[in-house]
Design a protein around this ligand. Structure first.
Ligand code: NAD
Length: 287
């Protein structure tokens, strides 16, 4: 508990619903205390019908910024003054920075994922990756990977509304970056085998593998995974999903979603404070 809060402290919000389960307030406040930054981070239950008023309030009350999560990531973009190229391509923002009344929307999920690969020594720039999923996490990862210089991205998803939205993002990636993106039906196992065989990284970004689908994996045939493939899962609870167990048994290097989560927080703190969050300290404190 910080004992030095005074009239100079600024507020950073988190606007989402539901949100009481989030680990972000704990993580962010640990860092501000450690770095002795006069910010406090608090979660607010914000449904979409209240979003416009909340952004007005953020502006009027001079909050330093806010994180944004579901269901507000897409809708919030219309209320902001500026959007980063990544947010323009993804169509969703998870971070607002208020700089003297100018609100800029960022998306740090993909930044966190790409940084977690880099920190683990995984080299994917100029190479191909296969991505399973087409929701919020997958969209952010695909766009950031393309902007960072991944040469080609093969995306697989079931035929649902996420697939259709990702098809539009794929077009935007191909029109605006040097990366070649493609989207395929997850049921096309022949294509999946072929694309994974040509990839250096397989990234899983759906909820399959966490509750209520814990113990399940979109990949069940271990022969799709070769030992020099890096297999990553955005899920961090459980720490080792069924997919990661399968991949580890095949001799693959594996990464769970903890790194993505920590590094996306690091990116947010860099935006709001200009400082580098002590990631090892956070890991130790969060357990
Ligand atoms: P989302 O709801 O936006 O997207 C869900 C995706 O899963 C879609 O592509 C959907 O088609 C697919 N899907 C759902 N049920 C499926 C099934 N039975 N079979 C095949 N595909 C199915 O969710 P999201 O926000 O993109 O999150 C995806 C995962 O990433 C979640 O597990 C979430 O916890 C995780 N995540 C992790 C981080 C992190 O920092 N590590 C950040 C964001 C999300």
């Amino acid at each position: 508990m910080r004992e030095n809060i005074d009239g100079h402290f600024l507020l950073i919000g988190l606007m989402a619903y539901p949100i009481r389960h989030s680990l972000s307030p704990k993580m962010q406040n640990i860092i501000y205390a450690k770095l002795d930054i006069p910010y406090v981070y608090l979660a607010f239950e914000v449904t979409q019908d209240k979003l416009a008023d909340c952004v007005k309030g953020l502006r009027a009350m001079g909050l330093r910024g806010s994180a944004v999560s579901m269901p507000n990531k897409q809708a919030v973009c219309q209320y902001l003054d500026k959007l980063t190229p990544a947010v323009e391509l993804i169509g969703a923002c998870n971070t607002i920075s208020n700089d003297d009344g100018i609100l800029t929307g960022y998306n740090t999920d993909g930044m966190g994922y790409m940084r977690s690969l880099k920190e683990a020594g995984v080299k994917v720039i100029g190479q191909k990756m296969t991505l399973l999923g087409a929701g919020g996490a997958a969209s952010a990862i695909a766009v950031q990977a393309a902007l960072d210089g991944v040469k080609s991205i093969s995306i697989f998803n079931q035929q649902d509304e996420c697939y259709d939205k990702m098809a539009q993002i794929v077009k935007r990636i191909n029109d605006n970056t040097d990366c070649q993106a493609r989207i395929y039906d997850l049921n096309d196992q022949t294509k999946l085998r072929q694309e994974i065989a040509e990839s250096v990284v397989l990234c899983h970004a759906t909820g399959v593998g966490m509750k209520p689908l814990e113990g399940q994996s979109l990949i069940t045939d271990a022969s799709l995974l070769r030992p020099d493939l890096v297999v990553t899962d955005c899920i961090y609870s459980p720490r080792k999903t069924k997919l990661l167990e399968l991949a580890q048994a095949q001799g693959c290097k594996i990464l769970n979603g903890i790194g993505m989560m920590l590094w996306q927080g690091h990116a947010q703190i860099k935006i709001w404070t200009g400082q580098d969050a002590p990631i090892d300290y956070v890991k130790e404190k969060m357990g």
